[in-house]
Design a protein around this ligand. Structure first.
Ligand code: CAP
Ligand code: MG
Length: 433
């Protein structure tokens, strides 16, 4: 129509430059809208445009126009954006631009943002993880095997004293970290300060008995000022970690916490609760792969990315790519994958992948076959639910890891290791759902 100018944002065949932000979308236009019309709307609405021509458009604004440069009949659309459209160092503005209004346009029925190629200047506007995999391993003095964590289950409800007791057993049994569950923050039955006191006592006792470093993934998720207060409390106790439900807290809060965490020498464990509300559908929302890349920019040190054997749904190719893109310095998309971009990280520290959800000793070999051993493995019910209790549960997990690293089957190793045998008798190799 005469008053529209979306088509000016479509430049098929345009070759993007290295310093542009590139976004890949899967687009399903609404009835009556062509893919070209949808692509123009996406590029316009997420850059400088609006629904009608503007008499106020000056040359310096035109330079900021995004360009839809690839349109494929299956709905794959790629758009190039001048990097000046993005505020250096600000994840909230990234969301408001290429993850914003475009999801709600009437001309578009379904829209999934698959990947973003961040150019060097944008990547370098973020500090990234303050510790990374190497730094976290140094904190715990754990090398050559997965770092192990357990959530005391039930996920909420325990009193601070009960929690402290469970934490002691989990750590004395051999787990490196005790992790708060994602919905355990500071409730009437377990105030944060009381839990902190109980857990730190448990850590002290378990470290003395085992001679191993232990830590608490302290869930500080709350309003941002309160997160900072809890972070300082955790640091004052000498603990090395905090945990944030990054999508519940939001990236603005996370970026504030990241600054403070570095000042206090704390590593950040990112839980991804809420992600599946908008990552799970193949044709609408945002890929978790992209959320994990954004979390690396934001500076988390660990992030849950799913597993090949757990209770949460996962696409194995996507899981592998996610693990690669948060741990490598140069991610090269697989041959047959044209929805992901090459991504350089310019020396930004890697993020520790966390495998969690429905894990127990019987599935750990299959997990490590697929994800390797340079990961954090969280085993909640699979430790706390051991027939002989959490201490035996921690031992069973350590025994399963030892067996795997020695190339011995769990069944054979269980002949001489009672805790592993008891875990296998209860769960076998079942994959929970
Ligand atoms: C796992 C967990 C984690 C999930 C999150 C839970 O407990 O504590 O939050 O792993 O999923 O509450 O379910 P279990 P993801 O070990 O007892 O299953 O890791 O995919 O983000
Ligand atoms: Mg949980």
């Amino acid at each position: 129509m005469g008053f529209e100018w979306y088509d000016e944002f479509v430049r098929e065949g345009y070759t993007p430059s290295d310093d542009e932000v590139l976004v890949s979308f899967l687009v399903r236009p609404a009835q009556g809208t062509t893919l070209r019309g949808a692509a123009g709307r996406i590029a316009s609405e997420s850059s400088v445009g609006t629904w009608t021509t503007l008499s106020t458009l000056k040359p310096h604004v035109r330079k900021l126009m995004a360009k839809a440069y690839l349109l494929r009949e299956d709905g794959l659309v790629k758009v190039a954006y001048p990097v000046d459209l993005f505020e250096a160092g600000s994840i909230p503005q990234l969301f408001s631009s290429v993850l914003g209004n475009i999801f709600g346009m009437r001309a578009i029925d379904r829209l999934k943002v698959l990947d973003i190629r961040f150019p060097e200047s944008y990547v370098k506007s973020f500090k990234g993880p303050a510790h990374g995999i190497k730094g976290v391993r140094e904190k715990l003095k754990v090398y050559g095997r997965p770092v192990l964590a357990t959530v005391p289950k039930p996920k909420v409800g325990l009193t601070p004293e009960e929690y402290g007791e469970a934490a002691y057993e989990i750590l004395a049994g051999g787990m490196d970290l005790v992790k708060d569950d994602e919905n355990l923050t500071s409730m009437s039955f377990c105030k944060f300060e009381r839990r902190a006191e109980a857990v730190m006592k448990a850590i002290d006792k378990a470290e003395k008995e085992t001679g191993e470093r232990k830590g608490w993934l302290a869930n500080i998720t709350a309003e941002t000022n309160e997160m900072l207060r809890r972070l300082k409390l955790v640091a004052d106790y000498g603990n090395g970690f905090v945990m944030v439900d990054i999508l519940a807290a939001g990236f603005a809060g996370l970026q504030t916490v990241r600054e403070a965490a570095e000042d206090y020498g704390l590593a950040i464990h990112a839980h991804r609760a809420f992600h599946a509300a908008f990552t799970r559908l193949p044709d609408h929302g945002v890929s978790f792969y992209l959320i994990a890349k954004i979390a690396r920019l934001a500076g988390v040190d660990h992030i849950h990315i799913g597993t090949n054997v757990g209770k949460m749904e996962a696409d194995l190719m996507e899981l592998k790519a996610t693990q690669q893109v948060i741990t490598s310095d140069l991610f090269l998309p697989p041959e047959n994958n044209d929805t992901k971009f090459e991504q350089r990280w310019y020396g930004m520290r890697p993020v520790f992948p966390v495998a969690s959800g429905g894990l127990h000793p019987g599935v750990l070999p299959q997990l490590m076959d697929f994800m390797g051993t340079d990961i954090i493995i969280q085993v909640g019910g699979g430790v706390t639910g051991h027939p002989k209790g959490p201490l035996a549960g921690g031992k069973a997990v350590r025994q399963a890891i030892e067996a795997y690293l020695q190339g011995i089957s769990l069944e054979e190793y269980a002949e001489k290791h009672a805790e592993l045998r008891e875990a296998l008798e209860k769960w076998g190799e079942v994959r929970p759902r």
